[in-house]
Design a protein around this ligand. Sequence first.
Ligand SMILES: Nc1ncnc2c1ncn2[C@@H]1O[C@H](COP(=O)(O)OC(=O)CCCC[C@@H]2CCSS2)[C@@H](O)[C@H]1O
Length: 329
Amino acid sequence: MIFVDNQNTYDPRVNLAIEEHLLRTLDTDEDILLFYINQPSIIIGRNQNTLEEINHEYVEQNGVHVVRRLSGGGAVYHDLGNLNFSFISNYSRDNFKNFKKFTGPVIEVLHSLGVPAELSGRNDILVEGRKISGNAQYTTTRRMYSHGTLLLNTNLEHLVAALNVKMSKIESKGIKSVRSRVANISEYLSEEMDTLTFRQRLLEGIFAGLPTIPEYKLTEADWQAIHKLYEERYSRWDWNFGHSPDFNVKKVERFPFGEVEVRIDVHKGMVEGFKIFGDFQGEGDIHDIESAVIGTRFERESLLQALQNLAVDRYFGGFGAEDFVNFIY
Ligand SMILES: Nc1ncnc2c1ncn2[C@@H]1O[C@H](COP(=O)(O)OC(=O)CCCC[C@@H]2CCSS2)[C@@H](O)[C@H]1O
């Protein structure tokens, strides 16, 4: 096994690009171990509807990154107190969906630190029934990775808040996250440890018995390829939001001026269908609003922009564009 150092990158878009690059391009049959720590972010599963997984108000107010990964499964929250590990290896039927094989060495190190960790029936590592690690895998035809989180000292209030979705009545075929009770590993450690020291302990534990840790240093060419993946995938709205499965939103609310019901069809993150019903009365043809938003991104700023040239309050009587967007989004 070879260790790859990500050279103190804390940007989740770059870290996921490094991981994908190592998976796809590094020409080796060796197993690779990569660790990464991310600035506050939500990492969405490959087949999830991003909007169903994030508290977008919290995300916008706190500058949390939202990035989609290649592997399936649910959405997780990362901050500097969370360590991610990734084992990249040759694909085999035996390795794929085999979480025990990849979490085993990590669990062993946790035991040596006095943490009574165990693999759950699914793909979580638990301590006293609480989740300290979520795991997922992705495979190409030749190679695969099995990666997981480790909650060492994450702000759990932020974790819960960031993943607390407020948007109601969404229907989609997206994979839903499985909400769990979570805990920090630090609760179980007898000494205080920061995330980098914890990483070092894992590294030494996993490579125990070897005189030196075999390491591959990322080259200039590697960084160029990583940068390309960053640009073309992980920093793009189309990947992080637009890649979501189709979904429908239905909103109904009674306002002083009457009841409004809105039904929205979203395809690849864009508004494809938009219908307004209700017993409200106003001037103007409500179809103007419908046609203004069709074809825009289903996100606050784009919706507001689309409605900019319409005097929305004319249609509903005292209900402006901002109120309308707050209602539908
Ligand atoms: N960081 C972290 N670690 C463990 N559990 C978490 C975390 N954040 C949130 N959660 C809890 O897990 C569920 C989602 O569980 P669920 O089982 O739906 O999803 C996962 O576990 C996916 C793990 C992906 C790991 C990758 C490794 C490197 S990049 S991300 C969520 O609702 C919370 O209750």
